[in-house]
Design a protein around this ligand. Structure first.
Ligand code: HEM
Length: 186
């Protein structure tokens, strides 16, 4: 079991980061939508944001590590059957995924700290506010957060459909490469 990526296989760290973050992102999206549907007197209305912010910070930390890890690891070669347009589309979709994730994390922090409040990380420690411009910031960052999360989920869905197309129609190893670190010979 290899920790680092090679030109033919994702390493265990990249695989874990991919699936843990995918679950966290989808979970946080569902939680965010659920929170928006509650009224003030629902008990979860007050606890939901604590979970949302804590897991949001966790995603932000994992994202920074993932970007560093990606830069520090060899790039996987495309499979032989991957067509140039598929390679370019995959790069574009993955770039949008990374950029929208960065924007989601930053805008989330800006909403939470707009009124100068720190963000609690599972009641373990607090991340202090660094820009606090009040209501105007809540509205602006709120809009950005809303659209960036929808963009992220839309592109994650396109990305997932492409992976399923490779598996079921092209019958290649694209999908299995993101599950097993030894799917091809190095
Ligand atoms: C929110 C959910 C998801 C996000 C944000 C996401 C993001 C990414 C990113 C950024 C990569 C590039 C490798 C890397 O930088 O780590 C990747 C690779 C991959 N993902 Fe996802 N992913 C998500 C969910 C899924 C799902 C549900 C599937 C399959 C059903 C999937 C299948 C794949 C495959 C097959 C690759 C490898 C592509 C290749 O070999 O070029 N992903 N994913």
């Amino acid at each position: 079991m290899k920790l680092r990526n090679t030109q033919h296989n994702f390493g265990i760290i990249a695989l874990l980061l991919h699936w843990v973050m995918a679950l966290l992102i989808i979970g946080l999206f569902v939680l965010g939508k659920y929170m928006m549907s509650l009224d003030y007197y629902d008990s979860f209305y007050h606890i939901g944001p604590w979970w949302h912010k804590s897991f949001g910070l966790l995603i932000a930390v994992l994202l920074v590590f993932r970007i560093v890890w990606k830069i520090a690891n060899p790039k996987l070669l495309p499979l032989e059957n991957h067509k140039p347009y598929e390679i370019n589309l995959a790069k574009l979709v993955q770039t949008v995924l990374y950029l929208s994730l960065i924007v989601c994390c930053l805008s989330g922090v800006l909403i939470s700290t707009a009124e100068d409040a720190a963000i609690s990380f599972f009641d373990w420690f607090e991340v202090p506010a660094f820009i606090s411009r009040g209501k105007e910031q809540v509205d602006m960052a709120g809009n950005v957060h809303y659209y960036a999360t929808y963009l992220l989920i839309l592109f994650a869905a396109i990305h997932m459909l492409a992976a399923l197309k490779h598996h079921f129609l092209d019958k290649d190893l694209t999908l299995m490469r993101i599950f097993r670190s030894n799917i091809q010979e190095d």
